[in-house]
Design a protein around this ligand. Sequence first.
Ligand code: NAP
Length: 327
Amino acid sequence: MKRIGIVGAGRMAFARGKALLDTGEAEIIAVASRNIEHARRLARKLGAQEAFDDYRRIGSLKPDALLIEVPHGAQTEIVKWGIDVAPGILVGAALAVNLREAEEIEKRAEEKGCLIEAGYDARYSAVWEKAKDILESGVLGEPVLVQSLALFPASPSSWYYKEKESGGMPLTHMTYCFINPVRWVLGSVVDVSASANQLLMRGKEFVEQEMCAAILRFQNDSLYSAVAGYIRPPGFPNLEVRFICTEGGLEILPSRRILKIYRDTGVEEIDFSSHPSSLLRQAEKFIDALDGKAACLNPPSDAKIDVAISEAIVKAAKNRIVVRLQR
Ligand SMILES: NC(=O)c1ccc[n+]([C@@H]2O[C@H](COP(=O)([O-])OP(=O)(O)OC[C@H]3O[C@@H](n4cnc5c(N)ncnc54)[C@H](OP(=O)(O)O)[C@@H]3O)[C@@H](O)[C@H]2O)c1
């Protein structure tokens, strides 16, 4: 049984904490959050004995692993502390707010032998796995273009909408939706161009790339047009991904966990909604990886690429240039 400490007491701390419990191989020993009442409430829900308003107090309990679910601006300091106190860390989504910090974390974790897994859970979802298998099998020919839409009606009062606390919309939202899983399927990104605007929440504290359209070019010359932002009209589609291939196409509807396959024989729809959730599968893999029985899919060496791409998107949008990524 793995003894897990949680830092953060928000939405994802609960969802992932529950997923860890649902593996049947973990117990939550403590929850820490700035607001002790929030920590206590989540500790009660997840059956943890301890609640703290200072995350450092988890260290004395010698946890087997940490789950860190806080705004990105606060995350690096906590992850660096975590590397010294636990053999494993599962962290919200983005590895860090910039590439320099991501590489520091990668190096420090390697030195200390700490397993770090970034929380990009799409790679553990049955619908993305199937899409990857189909595309790699070649039955649809070559992928030539990917198009995605990801609209999230973030609350202007939340940390998501604050440039400094979130690290920016491309980092917080676009890497998750869907740069991380798309490059899992298509491989290395060679260059990035982008345009962005900030028309609804215009204050300096708000995310500078409120709405953004980015174009990523992959090594095989396929293109990915990613549109994302924090303005979503009521009832409007929020998450869609389409792969256009030379001999067919794929459509992923992530919220409904549906995959549509387009071929000359017709359209086939596969519903993955009854499959185990990606959060549960990621939690299982993380626990196995702590014992060296499996490898996680988002180690720092790979997750830092999402940070690099988000930096490239911001640079391209600000300077109206194409940014080449180092390989
Ligand atoms: N995989 C997914 O599906 C998915 C989806 C959305 C988000 N995420 C990621 O999950 C992570 C957490 O997001 P969330 O939506 O759970 O956020 P959230 O609900 O806003 O919760 C954030 C938590 O962090 C704590 N916190 C805030 N500022 C802090 C600071 N400066 N120092 C220490 N703790 C602080 C808050 O504590 P208090 O309440 O005590 O102030 C709160 O408990 C992020 O990395 C996000 O990108 C993943």
